[in-house]
Design a protein around this ligand. Structure first.
Ligand SMILES: Nc1nc2c(ncn2[C@@H]2O[C@H](COP(=O)(O)OP(=O)(O)OP(=O)(O)O)[C@@H](O)[C@H]2O)c(=O)[nH]1
Ligand SMILES: [Mg+2]
Ligand SMILES: [Zn+2]
Length: 292
């Protein structure tokens, strides 16, 4: 029996489409999976047994690195947050929210600052806030600046893109990989979000082992699903101070002798990051208390 391995890029009505090195193979899942109540997911790295007619059977699913429920997808390596310097202006609260969700789901995060052709000073400022927290690159899809860095960031990984409408997510994918993920359009025409709701989950192969999730997945996840007492862990740059707080389990909001607040005062933690932390923490806590 011939075998092959690959990644499930799509699942429709009991069929799984597995991208291998050379082809996309239509597969059924082995009966044992249903018996054990295991459902193959988009993103799963699998072994398939090949039938003589070119179809296959998913025979083994490798352990999942992570998995999301909505969208139902596994093994996402990284969330790439795309922010433009202007038109639209960067939304720091959104960037921080997205990065908290990613961290909580065990997904790496990177920031791509786009449209640096329009204002490179603003780009440097934004970079200054986030460099040292996660990888940051500055690009222009329009003028094709640093697109090799964007390509390298995605290389060999399963990524998902998020960011404000109009930031340039589709333009970047178009410019680098020549794929049409969503139609590029004018910023002003992009207010209608309804069109996102019925999309199925699919991984778009960008090259042999590089994939992009073709749904605005993270915009439908809510930061308030993160338990309030885990929010601070998702602000990775707080971690080296947390152990120094006077109180165990310090929330870094109202407690005295808080090392995180100290670091903020000394300029070692960015004010916008701290403010957004407090906002997310307070909201998450409110919900928790309301639920009691
Ligand atoms: N000046 C400039 N304009 C850009 C750049 N990248 C994209 N744009 C323009 O910004 C607008 C929005 O780009 P899109 O790629 O559609 O943005 P998007 O993030 O995919 O937006 P949604 O699909 O609505 O989430 C388009 O008019 C692009 O031509 C850039 O690097 N510089
Ligand atoms: Mg788009
Ligand atoms: Zn503290």
């Amino acid at each position: 029996m011939t075998k092959d391995s690959g990644v499930i890029v799509k699942g429709i009505g009991g069929f799984y489409y597995v991208k291998t090195q050379n082809a996309v193979i239509e597969c059924r899942a082995k009966g044992i999976f249903r018996k054990n109540e295991i459902t193959p997911m988009v993103g799963d790295r699998v072994f398939v047994n090949l039938n003589s007619d070119g179809t296959g059977v998913v025979a083994e699913i490798l352990p999942r690195k992570n998995s999301l429920v909505r969208p139902a997808v596994s093994n996402i390596d990284q969330l790439i947050i795309v922010a433009s310097v202007v038109a639209p202006e960067p939304d720091l609260a959104l960037i921080d929210k997205l990065s908290v969700i990613a961290k909580y789901k065990d997904i790496d995060c990177a920031l791509v600052i786009n449209k640096i052709d329009l204002d490179s000073n603003e780009a440097d400022k934004l970079e200054g806030i986030y460099k040292g927290i996660f990888p940051v690159i500055k690009v222009s899809a329009k003028d094709k600046i640093n697109l090799d860095q964007f390509k390298k960031l995605l290389d060999g990984k399963i990524s998902t893109l998020a960011g404000l409408s109009g930031a340039g997510k589709s333009s970047l994918l178009n410019a680098v990989f020549g794929v049409e993920i969503q139609k590029t359009g004018e910023v002003s025409k992009k207010i209608d979000r309804g069109r996102h709701t019925t999309r199925h989950v699919e991984l778009i192969p960008l090259d042999d082992n590089t994939f992009m999730l073709d749904t605005p997945g993270f915009s439908s996840l809510d930061v308030l699903d993160v338990p309030y007492n885990e929010v601070s862990k998702c602000f990775v740059e707080f971690s080296k101070y947390e152990d120094l707080c006077f109180f165990r389990g310090c929330s870094h909001t109202k407690e005295p002798k808080c090392a995180v607040k100290q670091a903020l005062e000394e300029g070692k933690i960015q004010k916008s990051r701290y403010d957004n932390y407090v906002e997310i923490y307070e909201k998450a806590k409110e919900i928790k208390e309301w639920e009691k």
